[in-house]
Design a binder for this molecule. Sequence first.
Ligand code: ARG
Length: 566
Amino acid sequence: MIDFKKEISDILSKHIQGLQIDEILEMIEIPPNPQMGDFAFPCFKLAKTFRKAPNLIAQEIAESIQAPNLFEKIESVSGYINFFIDKGIFAQSVIEEVLQKKDQFGASDIGKGKKVIVEFSSPNIAKPFHIGHIRSTVIGNSIHKIYRFLGYKTITINHLGDYGTQFGKLIVAYKNWGNRQEVEEDPIPTLLKLYVKFHEEAEKEPQLEEEAREWFKKLEEGNQEAKELWQWFREVSLKEFDRVYRLLNISFDSYAGESFYSDKMPRVLKMLEEKNLLVESKGADIVDLEPYGMPPALIRKSDGSTLYITRDIAAAIYRKEHYDFDKNIYVVASQQNLHFQQWFKIIELMGYEWAKDCVHVPFGLVSLEEGTMSTRKGRVVFLEDVLKKAVEKTKEIIQEKNAGLENIDEVAKQVGIGAVVFQELSNNRIKDYVFSWDKTLNFEGETGPYVQYTHARACSVLRKATVEITNSIDYRLLSGEDAMNLIRLLHQFPDVVLEASKKYEPSMITRHIVDIAQAFNKFYHDTPIIVEDESLQKSRLALVYAVKQTIANGLGLLGIAAPEKM
Ligand code: ARG
């Protein structure tokens, strides 16, 4: 693809002294409205050095440029130099790139040789996998796909919450009120019930808390009974989680959860001690973070047991030593902002210069219409239920509208799950939202099914073609407004992917493919494609192909399938 920005900055650099070519490149904008050109260069910053009004500068430069054939025209308007790319060249450059690169259109190799860890999902064992977990799961999965698309080697880690005092509580509850068969038959709800019962009983008999602490301590010390029970709780939970991951088509390179670091804790404590970072406080060990405006971090309890934060420090050190990452990303709810700030600071204080390569990617809270979710109060929506209902509903709709469709079940799964994931990735991740069944199961408007349907529609047009898309295409035939709008959007796709990676924001891709789908549907509505004139048909088919491919690539980066028929 011709790098139009680069061409323009090369030309401009001949007329602008005092700015580096890269600075010029950075300043080039894509105007919101194509009537102001395909690219624009603002001259306001030049006023000082040129000692002239920006509109005069723009005018002079625009007039003195010897425009090569690449441009239809170059104009100056109120301080901007607007560049209009020759439409035929623009169309050719963009579409040929898609035709050539296919499922790699938008990809790059800027990450070549670099390793990125993406930690996401990380649910707590023996607790329900609920609608709140979908966020980390699908945002993280998408960030991993985006980085991989940009040439990075990615490693995905599910940092399971499979350790900590809650397992002491669970062991006590199970030993007092549990029964093996019930757990086996319906693991998570049964374990949850035991957990809830523990808290009810502990209100009346506080010494239960003490017992729970002791059992966790035993677990940490390798007590056989404690270990066996814990192992079993972990196994039955993982089996349940796995069903959800399979529905979402998500897998991980590593399931090293918190327990994985239990034997790596003494070393961390020793290092913290050696660096004089540990302070004794009522028999426990803390790191004082007051100089950095944060509350102290509790690292080791008075009974010697370690904490969530200790395990995070151990995990980061392990990851650096084991994977030698260039970037270590954590997709974790914004409620844990302080936790991450605290321990990022601690590893920095430990002298690890790679502390700066650790990134917390937070996201907003999901609540229910009845209030915040609460596992203990049983106020929770299971993710598996949401996904299954979405698939069922999709199947009903397909049966109504397109009963003859082959592999209905497969498509219903792709579209139903796609709808839930797409909605999840539609808004800026940091926004809180309220889960609503109606909204999740409403497929009208700017939804996943709409984008998938547009893709299937493009596929169907391509199947009806009576000519082949060959190399000799007259791209000037695509100079109509609707076609050019589409081409501009396709042209931006690689930049959008790059921006999404820098901001850790898959929603930028979601929004962009909605724009492409809308522009395509307008084009499709007003432009017959399978026309008799062969060269006209061929050029339009090439555009349809490019749209289909770009939407599929975008959906792929979101972790959503692109069925060819629906
Ligand atoms: N298990 C935790 C939770 O459900 C999330 C873990 C996040 N990752 C981490 N490295 N701390 O809240």
